[in-house]
Design a protein around this ligand. Structure first.
Ligand SMILES: Cc1cc2nc3c(=O)[nH]c(=O)nc-3n(C[C@H](O)[C@H](O)[C@H](O)COP(=O)(O)O)c2cc1C
Length: 190
């Protein structure tokens, strides 16, 4: 797909069919992620491919707990209407973890998030590759990462950049509009 069209047609997908994502598609998606830029090219990310129903159910449970935490702390009421069923119906969840110790030199000069920034670029590459393959995707973070780490046996020193849902879209997704880009000239202006 032409790049401009690819970028503009990718949508967050929250309804999937049960068609599995093939091994070839998974490999193409994670390879695209691996080509993301990273500080010192340390490529601080790793992937966990979740297909087991009981693990997907655990991720959904973490989502439900996070939703409850929003309610308990008087967060926005609309969050309680956010359904989580798609976490179990989507065929694949690629959890992306990053190693904060592999974030380049930034820790020496007040930029400690290099690994997470790289993992974010990695996730965007993955989602664009999924789109190019005709798959829908969703970058999902509505959970306490510590709960996900326990569920997936992720070592304590790694961070969870996101759970990326992938699969065949069950229908068209809404296209939230974009604002006009705000570009300042030379200096930030109010
Ligand atoms: C870091 C990050 C975290 C996100 N977490 C969630 C999430 O937990 N649940 C969800 O439904 N969407 C999540 N999204 C998707 C956004 O809601 C979505 O990208 C935005 O509304 C724009 O829609 P679009 O992706 O279709 O253009 C997340 C996006 C990003 C970049």
């Amino acid at each position: 797909m032409e790049f401009k069209i690819l970028v503009e047609t990718r949508r967050s997908c929250r309804a999937f069919t049960d068609t599995p994502v093939s091994q070839e598609e998974i490999e193409a998606i994670v390879r695209a992620g691996q080509w993301a830029p990273s500080p010192l090219n340390q490529q601080p990310f790793q992937f966990i491919a979740v297909t087991a129903p009981e693990v997907k159910a655990g991720i959904r449970q973490a989502g439900i707990s996070a939703r409850q935490a929003v309610a308990d702390q008087d967060g926005p009421g609309w969050a309680q209407k956010y359904g989580m069923d798609f976490l179990e119906s989507c065929p694949l969840i690629l959890v992306v973890v990053s190693d904060p110790a592999q974030g380049g030199l930034g820790a020496y000069f007040n930029q400690p998030h290099g690994a997470l920034q790289a993992a974010s670029a990695c996730i965007q590459n993955m989602m664009l590759m999924a789109e190019d393959l005709g798959l829908g995707s969703l970058w999902f973070t509505f959970f306490d990462p510590e709960e996900i780490k326990i569920l997936l046996d992720i070592p304590g020193d790694l961070e969870v950049a996101g759970a990326v849902l992938m699969g065949t879209p069950a229908g068209p997704a809404k296209a939230p509009p974009r604002r006009t880009p705000k570009v300042h000239e030379n200096r930030f202006t109010p």
